[in-house]
Design a protein around this ligand. Structure first.
Ligand SMILES: *Cc1c(COP(=O)(O)O)cnc(C)c1O
Length: 711
């Protein structure tokens, strides 16, 4: 990462590239675009790689180009002002947190595409929290894993079968650096894993003001089979999973200690990370406390967010694995096997598997679900842990998730809003009153921006299809399904998310003849874009993907159904910016929150969704559409049928007519009214800013105050 060739005048490009602040500041991205646009495209918008590859001649030219220098200077002063700012919301409102940051633990993080260490919504949330904590000036240190092979890239064969391709991350070309001690040695901590004492190294990713530390087991001194332990995300093997979770939980605490960081609050994002709580009990005991007292002490400063509304989705380990990996460890907690196992069990029956969610619920005083509805489901699910408490008083609250607005808004739209909401609107985007000004945007201007974004989306899809065609690896049929016949003038629906059964990706194909009539209507045509990955070990969902792919190939659909390969954050941005309608049709009560619909609404893509997750709170009758109702049928086939009927009905009777009702200039005023209503009512509320403020006020601060009282 040392780039000696950078001329002094623009010498801080290196520093800028290595702080992911650039990923949500268009001005900063523009500096790298300007430097060498083709390279920027080729390198997938990764400035670190760009600085590795750019020629010395280009750098010299930039250092002498006045317009580049103006841009560079202004970005560097923005960057410096951002990092130096001392009047942030966090510092003003919660000065007590400056004594010790919030330690945030998560198995995955989605910060930017050059770091493929995420699989889906959980990682997106964690990444958005890091960025928002930085913007708010809330001291937060994040801990996770570096997965050098990350999550897989997806190709789809001609018969619709998902192929998983793992690429090795090249550290030198990524915005990541190994952490060294002041003496210049790599920082290392040790964790006992079965019979082996494993060394764990650490990498740092700078996300604005937030530091993200990623643990790594690929060190020379480790046994060969453990060096690959952290290479991939979400392996199916339970034993590898418990090893990973031990490293993240226990190793994560030890790394923070080694780095001299003393968090005042510990936040566990989903049960995967809950061993972190055990390690802190162990520390207290090593300092002379008894188990019960140690447990009470750490509970006070622990926050837990649960994300899973179905029992089968929780992380569990057989007691045999727990025995194997925690035999020694439980001695250091000074408790017997039974007491230990019951930390992860609901009843007094010690043969039950060890449940990481239960562990986290028992060891965190502050617990929450991720939407109002998910809060209700979660209280019902775990009421057995509080047998004497009425269900509505089970002490698990909710904080509805939100998205990091600067990351997810299209720059074109941001500029338009600058004009009508005020130049500084992005700095106070959670101010609800500000959004009333959206009425001042002339319909045709908003419509032009929306059309531009859709053309960019279609152009991106065509570009990919062409590249695959030129590579000679794919057939004409495949290129067709890749979206070669998509048309930016047509009403475009997106169904793009993780492929898994409960999300029901094939629901819209329930009545194929009816769907054909909808799609092929000569005057009011519709096209649908699918994208999403199946978990490599989830065969039912891979078959489901194959089924959808086969349907998209049907020539009768005239190439208006596309399946785009390799859904990731980068493609997700194009999709939420450019589609007209965002379709979400899970089995009700299965989607804990969902966030992709919020990203869509922010950009003026309207939400058509089951009343589940955040949409139960978000829908107000005129900012999108709700499929079906809130009654759950006992028979799931009946439910699918009823939901599909409602979906078709909404499309045929409301959505398509509204979209195609135009004035003489082709502007759909009714549709635009709905877009404005969606942006106004959804953006300020379903933002990471509102979410993190709630965490600070309701979860972090009460926890830090109870700590103070104790002292
Ligand atoms: C936003 C996002 C998600 C989460 O989407 P849901 O539809 O809410 O599950 C998953 N993957 C990517 C790449 C995203 O950008």
């Amino acid at each position: 990462m040392v780039m000696l060739k950078i001329p002094k005048r623009i010498g801080r490009l290196d520093e800028l590239a290595n702080n992911l602040w650039w990923s949500w500041h268009e001005e900063a991205r523009n500096v790298f675009r300007m430097l060498d646009y083709p390279l920027w495209r080729i390198n997938g918008h990764n400035p670190v790689k760009q600085l590795c590859d750019v020629s010395e001649k280009t750098l010299q030219a930039a250092a002498n180009d006045q317009s580049f220098l103006t841009c560079y200077d202004s970005v560097m002063s923005l960057f410096d002002a951002y990092l130096a700012s001392s009047n942030t919301w966090g510092i003003i409102n919660f000065p007590e947190l400056s004594n010790g940051p919030i330690a945030y633990f998560s198995m995955e993080y989605a910060i930017q595409n050059s770091l493929p260490i995420y699989a889906g919504g959980l990682g997106i949330l964690a990444g958005d929290i890091c960025k928002e904590a930085s913007d708010l000036g809330l001291p937060l240190v994040a801990v996770g894993f570096i997965y050098p092979q990350g999550y897989f890239h997806q190709n789809i064969s001609e018969d619709g079968w998902q192929q998983e391709i793992y690429q090795q991350l090249i550290f030198e070309e990524s915005p990541i650096e190994r952490v060294f001690s002041t003496e210049g040695n790599p920082v290392i901590t040790k964790v006992q894993l079965g019979n082996d004492l494993l060394s764990i190294g650490v990498w740092k990713v700078q996300v604005g003001r937030t530091k993200l530390y990623l643990l790594d087991t690929n060190l020379e001194e480790n046994p060969a089979h453990y060096r690959q332990l952290s290479s991939r995300l979400y392996v199916a093997d339970r034993e590898v999973r418990i090893q990973q979770e031990i490293i993240l939980g226990i190793g994560g605490v030890r790394i923070l200690r080694t780095l001299g960081i003393t968090p005042s609050i510990w936040h566990s994002n989903e049960g995967h990370t809950a061993f972190m709580m055990l390690e802190r009990i162990r520390e207290e005991i090593a300092n002379g406390k008894l188990f019960e007292e140690a447990k009470k002490n750490i509970q006070r400063t622990t926050v837990f967010t649960t994300h899973t509304p179905i029992l089968a989705g929780h992380d569990i380990f057989p007691t045999s694995l727990m025995d194997q990996y925690f035999k020694e460890y439980q001695n250091s907690l000074c408790i017997d096997r039974k007491t230990f196992l019951q930390l992860g069990q609901q009843d007094k029956n010690t043969s039950q598997p060890f449940n990481m969610t239960i562990l986290a619920i028992k060891l965190a005083d502050k617990r929450c679900a991720v939407s109002q509805l998910h809060g209700e489901i979660t209280r019902k699910m775990w009421r057995g842990l509080w047998p004497d408490t009425p269900e509505n008083q089970v002490p698990i609250s909710h904080i509805t998730n939100g998205i990091h607005v600067p990351t997810w808004i299209a720059p074109e739209l941001l500029h338009l809003l600058n004009k009508y909401l005020g130049e500084d609107w992005i700095k106070e985007h959670d101010n609800i009153a500000l959004w009333d000004n959206i009425q001042n945007i002339p319909d045709n201007e908003l419509w032009e921006t929306r059309q531009l974004l859709k053309r960019k989306l279609v152009a991106m899809i065509l570009d990919r299809a062409q590249k695959r065609w030129i590579s000679g690896e794919v057939t004409a049929h495949q290129v067709l399904v890749m979206g070669a016949l998509l048309d930016p003038a047509v009403l475009t629906i997106a169904f793009t998310r993780r492929f898994t059964e409960y999300k029901r990706p094939s629901l819209i194909f329930t009545d194929i003849a009816r769907l054909k009539r909808i799609i092929n209507n000569q005057w009011r045509p519709v096209q649908i874009i699918f994208a999403g990955k199946s978990h490599p070990a989830d065969f039912p969902s891979k078959y489901l993907l194959q089924h959808v792919y086969a349907l998209a190939k049907d020539r009768d659909f005239q190439g208006r159904i596309a399946f785009i390969e390799d859904y990731d954050m980068h493609m997700s941005r194009y999709l939420v910016h450019g589609t007209d309608l965002w379709l979400n049709n899970p089995h009700r009560l299965r989607e804990a929150c969902g966030t992709s619909g919020m990203k869509a609404a922010l950009n003026g893509s309207l939400h058509l969704s089951i009343c589940d997750g955040w949409w139960c709170e978000g829908y107000n009758g005129s900012n999108g559409w709700t499929i079906g109702n809130s009654v759950n049928l006992a028979n799931s086939d009946e439910q699918d049928k009823a939901d599909a009927e409602s979906l078709y009905h909404l499309l045929e009777e409301e959505i398509i007519p509204l979209y195609y009702t135009r004035d003489r200039n082709g502007v759909p005023h009714g549709w635009i009214r709905m877009i404005k209503e969606a942006m106004r009512t959804i953006t300020p509320i379903f933002s990471a800013r509102r979410m993190l403020k709630e965490y600070a006020e309701n979860m972090y601060i009460p926890a830090s105050q109870s700590l103070k009282k104790k002292v």
